[in-house]
Design a binder for this molecule. Structure first.
Ligand SMILES: C[S@@+](CC[C@H](N)C(=O)[O-])C[C@H]1O[C@@H](n2cnc3c(N)ncnc32)[C@H](O)[C@@H]1O
Length: 163
C-alpha cells in the first residue's frame, strides 16, 4: 500500500476540505509545512510534464497539494523530482462538476491509486464523500484504460480518445 500524504496550506474552506475527512478516517497524513514533505514522494501536480501511469506504482509515497485553486503555486514544489499530472478525467465534485482535470484532492488521490492498481482503496477513499461514487461512474472508461497502460506515453496516447 502506498503511504498517502497531503500538504495543506489552509487556503481552502476547512468545512469543504476533502483531505481533512480522509485524515480523520485514517487514510492519510497532513503536513502543514512544505519542508515536511518527503523529497522522494510523488507529488500530484496538474502542471507537471509527465502523466501518472501504472509504471509509477513503486513510488515510496503519494502527496496531494491541498490548497485552493486560486493560490496553487506549483513553482514552490519545482525542486521535488517526482511530479505527475493526472491524465484527462472529469471532476464530479460539487464545486467543479464537469470540469476536466480540475479534481478535488480526494478525486485526485483516488484516481492516482486506481491507475496504479489500488482500485479497492481508491473506492474506499471515495466512499468518504457523498458524491465520490459518481466520480468513478463518470470516469469508469478512461480510468480502466489508463490502469491498463504500460507507461506514461501510453497513458497520453489513451487520453486523446477522451479529450
Ligand atoms: C488545488 S487542490 C483543491 C482542493 C479542494 N479544495 C479540496 O478540498 O479537495 C486539488 C489538488 O489535487 C491534485 N490534483 C487535482 N487535479 C489534478 C490533476 N489534473 N493532475 C494532478 N493533480 C491534480 C493537486 O495536488 C491539486 O493541488
Amino acid at each position: 500500500m502506498i503511504p498517502l500524504y497531503a500538504f495543506r496550506d489552509n487556503s481552502c474552506d476547512p468545512r469543504k476540505c476533502t483531505v481533512k475527512k480522509l485524515e480523520r478516517a485514517g487514510f492519510l497524513k497532513i503536513f502543514q509545512k512544505l519542508q515536511q514533505v518527503p523529497r522522494n514522494t510523488l507529488i500530484l501536480d496538474p502542471t507537471a510534464e509527465r502523466a501518472l501511469s501504472p509504471a509509477d506504482r513503486f513510488v515510496k509515497s503519494l502527496t496531494v497539494l491541498d490548497c485552493s485553486w486560486e493560490v496553487l503555486d506549483t513553482g514552490a514544489i519545482s525542486s521535488w523530482r517526482i511530479r505527475r499530472a493526472l491524465p484527462f478525467l472529469m471532476a464530479a465534485n460539487p464545486v467543479n462538476f464537469g470540469k476536466p482535470c480540475k479534481l478535488s484532492s480526494v478525486e485526485a488521490v483516488a484516481a492516482a491509486l486506481y491507475i496504479m492498481g489500488e482500485k479497492d482503496r481508491a473506492k474506499e477513499l471515495l466512499s468518504k464523500v457523498n458524491w465520490g461514487i459518481r466520480f468513478l461512474e463518470v470516469n469508469k472508461e478512461p480510468l480502466e484504460l489508463y490502469a491498463s497502460a504500460k507507461d506514461s506515453t501510453e497513458v497520453v496516447k489513451y487520453q486523446a480518445l477522451f479529450i
